[in-house]
Design a binder for this molecule. Structure first.
Ligand SMILES: [Zn+2]
Ligand SMILES: [Zn+2]
Length: 332
């Protein structure tokens, strides 16, 4: 489905098969010299067919794409890249330099990446079934070619960089949190914000921690402040529908995390808990009867989200980490 947002500026709805998000919004900006695609979709034949069909309807065949930019490295945004590569060699890839560096270190040693994630899960008290099956349910291990292609060929973007096409002049806004090198694109004259997964209209973007020495929730809240007061008429997210009330939505998201932090503190005021046990007690906004019904990937995401909140509280001195029988427990 194609929607013309502004002249020569299109939103393309790309299906995400077997993914609860339903679809990805890719954006195409057409100009005399360049055709820029923002985000792609998963590596699926069905999604690729839709995207190629819609591009063709707009008058941009695959070979005519000159630039492909990714808001961040998640697989629903970059996964289709190996398919593009087979059919066209004319485009440049663009991603924030932090994502490029992250992907470069992952592809240099995929087994080390897997091991470090497993160690992190083990320390969080995740059960062996979850730890040992990580590569079976984690999408990062489904399309390593996409990671490799971006690590090898993408041009690195920096915060504040300008991207001009025809009448449009975008500013790159580095908004870490949902991923370390997430970016939004802001067009100040037309007052539009391509928000990627940083801000979605009803879903709360996932903010998780799977690497030691990071504080993604602190980054995310700071990145909310960065976009909150921009003069924006229309927000163009990577999932769900376009929306208008940016500052109101930012308030809701901030409030959601405040409530979740309170919930974590409430549980820890009763007893010391490992991150995994705490994750199983949190009220997640999902359609599963109980924690035991969560599929492995949902448990993994819930654990990452719990960790980001625990780390945020720990860095503020509100909870502390203790070791008991070789397990990490958090307490007040
Ligand atoms: Zn994402
Ligand atoms: Zn996404």
């Amino acid at each position: 489905m194609i929607k013309e947002i502004l002249p020569n500026f299109f939103q393309i709805r790309v299906p995400l098969p077997r993914n609860p998000l339903g679809h990805l919004n890719a954006y195409l900006i057409k100009s005399f010299e360049k055709n820029l695609l923002i985000d792609t979709g998963l590596n699926s034949p069905e999604a690729f067919e839709v995207l190629c069909h819609d591009l063709s309807e707009i008058g941009v065949e695959l070979q005519m794409l000159t630039d492909i930019l990714f808001t961040h490295f998640h697989i629903d945004h970059i996964g289709m890249i190996p398919r593009f590569k087979q059919l066209s060699k004319n485009h440049n890839l663009w991603i924030h330099h932090t994502e490029k560096e992250l992907l470069s270190s992952i592809v240099k040693d995929f087994s080390n990446y897997l091991d470090s994630m497993k160690r992190f899960l083990e320390a969080s008290d995740a059960p062996a079934t979850l730890v040992n099956n990580l590569q079976k349910f984690h999408p990062a291990f489904f399309t390593p070619e996409a990671y490799e292609e971006i690590a090898r060929t993408a041009h690195p973007l920096i915060d504040g960089q300008k991207i001009s096409l025809g009448d449009y002049h975008f500013q790159v806004l580095w908004t870490p949190g949902h991923s370390p090198g997430h970016i939004c694109l802001y067009e100040p004259y037309f007052k539009v914000l391509i928000s990627g997964d940083h801000i979605l209209p009803t879903i709360t973007p996932h903010v998780s921690q799977f690497m030691a020495d990071t504080n993604p929730l602190k980054d995310y809240l700071k990145s909310l402040r960065k976009v909150e007061s921009l003069d924006v008429k229309l927000v163009l997210p990577a999932h769900e529908k376009s929306f208008m009330n940016l500052s109101e939505r930012v308030k809701q998201l901030r409030n959601h995390h405040k409530q979740r932090l309170k919930e974590v503190l409430n549980h820890l005021s009763v007893e010391s808990l490992s991150p995994y046990n705490l994750a199983s007690k949190i009220q997640w906004n999902v359609n599963y009867k109980s924690w035991n019904n969560f599929p492995p990937f949902q448990k993994y995401l819930a654990l990452g989200e719990t960790m980001s909140h625990l780390t945020f509280l720990e860095k503020r001195g509100l909870v502390k980490r203790v070791f008991s029988h070789q397990k990490i427990l958090y307490e007040i």
